[in-house]
Design a protein around this ligand. Structure first.
Ligand code: ADP
Length: 221
C-alpha cells in the first residue's frame, strides 16, 4: 500500500486469516496496523496486490455490495465513538436501524447483545454515566448486534486500565469462541501475553513475525 503522497505503508504483506481465528496485530506506531484495518474495511483499495474476504476479492465488489461487506464487519475503536445523548440501548439499536432492521428484530437482538457483554442492567443509562470499560462494552455490543462474521478492534483497550482491559478481551474471546473471527490491533503487552493467541508483528510496513500462541515480544526459538 502506497498512499497518494508516496508513503509506502505496507510492503509485500501476505496474511491469511481463517474463519474463527483470534489474531493480535502488534507493532510500533506507524508500523501499518491501521492501514491494514482500513484496507479490510475497504476504505481504500491497495495500490497493488489484493484482499480476499469471505472468499472474494473485495476490489471487485460492486458499489452496491460494499455496504453488505461492511455489515459483515463489526468495528471497535479506542475512542468509543458512542452517541452521548442516547441511551446504551439506543446506541446498540442504532446500528440495526441504519441497516433497516425491523423493530421486532431490534427488540430481540439488542437485549441479546447487551447480555453478551454483561450490560443488561445498564441499558437505560447514557454512555457518560458509565465507566470507560462499560463504554467499551457498549461498543462491543454495537459491533456484534449485526452478527458480523469478523470483528476488527483498533486498540480497544488503549484507554483502559489493565484489569478492565482483560475483562474486555475476555468478552471479545467469548464472542470469538462462538465463531466470530477477531482481529485486534494493540499495544497492550499484558493482554497479548495473557491470551497467547496468534500474533502478527509488523515493522515498517512488513510482517516480521506471524506466530501462533505468541507473546507481545519475541524471545527467539
Ligand atoms: P499504525 O496503525 O501501525 O500506527 P499506520 O497504518 O497508521 O500505522 O501508518 C503506516 C504508515 O503510513 C505511516 O508511515 C503513516 O505515516 C502512513 N500513513 C497512514 N495514513 C496515511 C495517509 N492517510 N496518508 C499518507 N500516509 C499515511
Amino acid at each position: 500500500m502506497v498512499y497518494p503522497n508516496g508513503v509506502k505503508a505496507l510492503d509485500r504483506v501476505n496474511i491469511n486469516i481463517d474463519r474463527g481465528e483470534f489474531v493480535f496485530m502488534v507493532g510500533e506506531s506507524g508500523a501499518g496496523k491501521s492501514t491494514i484495518i482500513k484496507l479490510l474495511c475497504r476504505e481504500f483499495l491497495p495500490s497493488s496486490g489484493s484482499i480476499r474476504m469471505f472468499g472474494r476479492d473485495i476490489a471487485r465488489f460492486r458499489r452496491r455490495e460494499v455496504p453488505m461487506l461492511r455489515r459483515s464487519i463489526g468495528v471497535v475503536f479506542q475512542d468509543f465513538r458512542l452517541l452521548t445523548n442516547r441511551t446504551v440501548y439506543d446506541n446498540v439499536a442504532f446500528a440495526l436501524q441504519v441497516i433497516g432492521a425491523s423493530s421486532r428484530e431490534i427488540r430481540k437482538r439488542v437485549p441479546d447483545a447487551l447480555e453478551m457483554v454483561g450490560l443488561t442492567e445498564k441499558a437505560h443509562m447514557k454512555p457518560l454515566e458509565l465507566s470507560g470499560g462499560q463504554q467499551q462494552r457498549v461498543c462491543l455490543a454495537r459491533a456484534i448486534v449485526n452478527q458480523p462474521l469478523l470483528i476488527i478492534a483498533d486498540e480497544p483497550t488503549g484507554n483502559l486500565d489493565p484489569k478492565t482491559s482483560l475483562g474486555i478481551i475476555d468478552t471479545l474471546r467469548s464472542i470469538n469462541i462462538r465463531g466470530t473471527t477477531v482481529v485486534m490491533a494493540t499495544h497492550d503487552k499484558e493482554v497479548v501475553d495473557q491470551m497467547r493467541q496468534r500474533v502478527i508483528a509488523l515493522h515498517a510496513g512488513q510482517v516480521i513475525r506471524d506466530q501462533r500462541g505468541g507473546a507481545y515480544t519475541y524471545h527467539g526459538v
